[in-house]
Design a protein around this ligand. Sequence first.
Ligand code: AMP
Length: 201
Amino acid sequence: MPGAGVAFGPVTWAPPKSSDAPLTAWVRDVPDWPAPGVIFRDLTPLWADGSAWARAVRALAAPFDGSPPEMVMGIEARGFLVASALAARWNAGLLLARKAGKLPGIAHREEYELEYGKACLETHSDLATAGKRVLIADDVIATGGTARAALDLARAIGCTTIGMAFLVELSFLGGREKLGGAFPIRSVITYDGTGAAAVNE
Ligand code: AMP
């Protein structure tokens, strides 16, 4: 029985009947959240289903399994979940790209533009020796500003980015173009803005 929880928006979602359903079936669309006009792609149903999540991790990792990175950088907060699963798969180290003021010790900072105002990401500059091969991971790439800041952070601490991986890409926002073409960018589910989704699995 539902408790006296807080509800946001008319969210309807039901688990798929078959575990073979396309991975999009585990993405819950939340209309007009956190702002009017935005469809928030909520991945908590995917994380809540062990076999769907395992499929998503395999799909995310596939292009890099042959030559995996030495470290995976996860972007706070949901990117930590993605990065952690990939790092464990490859026996790679984990680097955190955190929001401002969260990391004690020696951290490097990159500022970036949001739709309104600025934000910044920080990472420890003493945990990755120069030249480490790093893959950067997040749950969603939208405008690409956050991913770009993480890429600049990795470069600033001397790492070489060999790839980036996202569970979801909103391709109509052009984020990929902000990242240059120097390495493969993997997205498992791509929404093109018409409501259609392509799945790489
Ligand atoms: P951006 O910097 O615009 O690429 O935004 C990427 C960050 O915002 C990611 O860390 C996502 O977690 C989050 N994000 C942006 N848009 C969405 C969306 N429509 N659904 C879910 N998360 C989003």
